[in-house]
Design a protein around this ligand. Sequence first.
Ligand SMILES: N[C@@H](CCC(=O)N[C@@H](CS)C(=O)NCC(=O)O)C(=O)O
Length: 216
Amino acid sequence: MSITLHTHPFSSNGQKAQLMLDVLGLDYTTLEVPFEVERIEWHTAVNPMGGIPALVDDGFKLAESNTILRYLADREGREDLYPRDAKERATIDWVLDLWALVVRPALFSCEAAQYGIVLGTGAFSKEAAPEDEVQKKFDAVVPKLNQAMQVLDPVGPWACLGRRTIADIAATPVLHRVANAPVDLGQVPRMRAWADACLAMPEWQALIPMCGVPTR
Ligand SMILES: N[C@@H](CCC(=O)N[C@@H](CS)C(=O)NCC(=O)O)C(=O)O
């Protein structure tokens, strides 16, 4: 049995798949996909869309980071991370979709300014914007972030079900970026409490040196 993760150290979607593998304690190897517009052939042979990450599990090919998280939890029988109960599962899926389809896109202009991200060539492709510009972009999305955080368990700190699930693992890399951005996280208290819990995961702490995101 061998697992290979196609990823890039700065890809937040790659980081969440790698965090999941580490939480599960699985053995795997990584292949670094260059951040180039023309994606390298060995990667598109697995994920025709070229997005990072992709996973190959003994010849079984998979892409889309949230799909990879769901698959790995099921593969390992980890119902604590992704339960079979329809309502519990749907609650997690709601947070996963909310994060990927609403929150991440809202945060992206802030992230792109902070890390000089250019779509197609990745992070550090241009100079980072001045800190006050990053804060301004963040301020603009604060109302939307607070609105989205109302979907989470109000008690927390985990997103839902009163315990760590794949919803938390999925959000951790971007929460790390936000927590280390020159922004006032006090404006989004539920997000700050969530970030504190996620970033304290020992498996995430161990990944930080690899992922090229400066810690403030
Ligand atoms: N929905 C996909 C998104 C994949 C994706 O867009 N990955 C980023 C890296 S985090 C990427 O390949 N970006 C292309 C680029 O920035 O050039 C997933 O969740 O896996």
